[in-house]
Design a protein around this ligand. Structure first.
Ligand code: GLN
Length: 219
């Protein structure tokens, strides 16, 4: 069995934590900072961080077109700032987002950094409850007809106050929270196995370019 190769966009943000989660699942996590880094990848992760900075660096590294091509063909998981990049309108941004998910996303939709929070979310795809880490998170304000909601946040336990925090269209997934900042690997495993259809070895690969434990916790 070939070990799946999964890229993590490594221009800015918490890419090392995603690489560590992929490594813990036995996947070969590779940093992507140049167009040629996309060659031979089975899937890609767009991490959390600062969407404005990432968009500027994407243009500066001439990654826009290669990423557009990759996103139209291969499985992609975007978390937090990654959802902003995958979504439709999220002004103000220095360049248009990629628009592969028909959602409207409000940047910093819960407030400033100090308003960051943890909340339980509900996601059937991963078997129910999951710890949601929301760091200056975007808020999904509109979900288009082509998009399925895969994770909900219930602010006070009532159905009518639920809001979407995870969306999927085909092999593209966007989460407004940070599964890579928990030790719970269910979202990564689900994305790799169910969405991307890859064989997940479930055991760390020696020599894989995973993040160090010291890098975990940054965003
Ligand atoms: N607030 C950031 C942005 O607008 C996203 C925060 C995050 O990725 N944790 O890009």
């Amino acid at each position: 069995m070939r070990v799946p190769r999964v890229g993590v966009l490594a221009l800015q943000g918490d890419f090392a934590c995603h690489a560590a989660s992929l490594g813990a699942l036995g996947v070969d996590g590779r940093r992507v900072a140049r167009p040629q880094d996309l060659d031979g990848l089975d899937a890609l992760v767009l991490p959390g961080g600062e969407s404005t900075t990432m968009l500027r660096l994407i243009e500066g590294q001439r990654l826009r077109e290669p990423l557009e091509r990759f996103l139209s063909e291969k499985p992609v998981l975007g978390t937090c700032a990654g959802v902003i990049l995958l979504g439709g309108d999220s002004a103000p941004l220095p360049a248009p987002p990629f628009g592969v998910l028909d959602v409207s996303v409000e940047r910093n939709g819960y407030g400033r950094q100090i308003d960051s929070f943890c909340a339980e979310i509900e996601a059937k795809a991963v078997g129910g409850r999951f710890p949601g880490v929301f760091i200056r998170a975007p808020r999904i304000r509109r979900v288009g007809p082509s998009v399925e909601v895969v994770a909900w946040r219930r602010s006070d336990g009532a159905e009518e106050t639920s809001e979407p925090v995870g969306v999927r269209r085909g092999n593209t997934v966007g989460l407004t929270f940070h599964p890579e900042l928990t030790s719970d690997l269910r979202f990564h495993r689900w994305f790799l196995a169910e969405v991307a259809g890859l064989d997940v070895p479930e055991a760390p690969v020696s020599g894989a370019t995973t993040g160090t434990p010291a890098a975990r916790g940054r965003s």
